[in-house]
Design a protein around this ligand. Sequence first.
Ligand code: FES
Length: 118
Amino acid sequence: MSAKAEFFVAALDDLPPGERRILSARGKSIGVFNLGSRIVAVLNICPHALAPVCLGALGGTTLPSEPGEFIWGHENQILRCPWHGWEFDLKSGQCLTDRRRLKRYPVIIRDQAIYVEV
Ligand code: FES
């Protein structure tokens, strides 16, 4: 297996919170998301049936709560697959309703620019 390499994503100012970039690196499609509190990178393949998951909508989800309570949270952190609607927490890659998760890649911020390590 070859050594990892860094791939330029965008200038930090060009990827504001709530925005995403999809790039190709080493033949892989990778989605990079600015969640506001952090920037994350995931493989653009859904672990369910291989959809381009990074094209999905961003939203939130209900949080654990007492019976009868409805608490909404993680806004713009939950990625919804465009094919069958599976939802993934972008901070962990974990699917909200299944054991599978998105493959994640390290993100490097250097000199006001964003890189992903693949
Ligand atoms: S391919 Fe993503 S939910 Fe089915």
